[in-house]
Design a protein around this ligand. Sequence first.
Ligand SMILES: Cc1cc2nc3c(=O)[nH]c(=O)nc-3n(C[C@H](O)[C@H](O)[C@H](O)COP(=O)(O)OP(=O)(O)OC[C@H]3O[C@@H](n4cnc5c(N)ncnc54)[C@H](O)[C@@H]3O)c2cc1C
Length: 438
Amino acid sequence: MNQLTGKHWTSDTPGYEEERLGFQRRDPHRPAHIVGATTPEDVQRAVRYAREHHLEIAVKASGHGHGAPLDGGLLITTTRLDRVTVDPQNRTAWVQAGATWQQVIDAAAAHGLAPLSGSFPGVTAVPYTLGGGLGLMARRYGYAADHVRRIEVVTPDGELRNAEDDPDLFWALRGGGGNFAVVTAMEIDLFPVPTLYGGSLYYDLAATPNVLTAWREWTQTVPDSVTSAVAVLPLPDIKQIPAELRGKYIAQIQLSIIPETLDSPGLVSSLRDVLGEPLVDTVGELPFTESGKIFDEPGRPDAFSSRNVLLSELDPEALATIPKLAGPEAPVMCVVGIRHLGGVLAHKPVVENAVGHRDAQYSLTVLSPGEDDLRALHDSILAPWAEYVVGRSLNFSMGPLTDGELQAAFEPAGYERLKWLRGVYDPDGMLRANHPIT
Ligand SMILES: Cc1cc2nc3c(=O)[nH]c(=O)nc-3n(C[C@H](O)[C@H](O)[C@H](O)COP(=O)(O)OP(=O)(O)OC[C@H]3O[C@@H](n4cnc5c(N)ncnc54)[C@H](O)[C@@H]3O)c2cc1C
């Protein structure tokens, strides 16, 4: 009989509550056992123990992407499995399953290198990459999943394997989420980008109603070294918010420019020339280690849900519906985030993976805080975009998806292959991913 190693909790052990919770507080896991893995062997023993005791398994890192909860069963937490080792000659990092992007960024920066991290550096690198991974340099280098060289996993049969030796498994893990194996570490590419030119321009939508259309037009002129987004949100009138922004309906243009040979200040000025001076302007050169300042997202754990669509274009008429449907008059706070895609995201990687919808030009997400089921509200905000929808993003879908919605995150043939591979690697359905392929 296999024994559990690493730290171990059951529902009556002190620390259970803290260990089962992550960043996303909505409908958390209620496992019978939790194993806090410190080594790949702890993961392997936990999987074997679960197999012997017919337990379902879920994996949690920092918990930003929590979706379907596990009731009973065994939760493996990976936050203590967080070593990052950089190989500066080959420009790669070996990243264990629980390392956050900030840990990878800091280790890489010591060698003038940077990973394909996203807007919030507290997110865990491995799960982000399993879901595709749309980062601050996405238009220049593609998805994070396009730059994975090796993946060490424990498959549901309890074997520790190198997934790159199995083309099907390696394909599925890069974009297909946590449905096929428990990843213990992966080797990813790093890029020679020590600094970014970036930050946010904050406008009051009441005073500058053309922010969204001006940003849209600007995105159609910029080179691939420019990855940008815009968040539209009503800010509360409370003293924690900077005085200039307090109580206003804000459009925050988020800019991440790889300096390379570009005139970065000139590019941003061309946007300011159209829109006028912003209420707050944080744009400038910053070391990659401070790249979290670009989106400046809140770091406090909370309950939230979101829905997302990938779009073929950003129709100006549909854009005009956002303040009406998701603005200050909406029944709950809605944050609409639009990201500019295209560029190298549209290219197939050298070793193909499960990431779908590379033709999408923009992604649009609507997110609200709270425990309530806001599916109907969020769907009504996304309805005007129906004719431009090419699919959905796995990573930006927070909260459970229906089977049809999950299917829409992949190409049709890709989804069929993922379903088949799920049967191959996890025939007993032991693994419960945040977005389960059944
Ligand atoms: C504030 C914020 C900003 C974000 N920014 C971006 C962004 O810029 N770009 C982007 O692409 N995404 C972004 N995301 C989405 C994020 O990448 C996903 O939600 C990702 O799954 C989060 O990983 P986590 O460790 O934080 O979450 P977790 O909830 O710990 O993990 C998510 C899921 O991944 C699976 N999983 C975790 N670890 C393993 C493992 N070792 N082996 C197998 N499966 C595993 C499990 O199914 C788990 O439920 C953001 C999310 C938030 C909340």
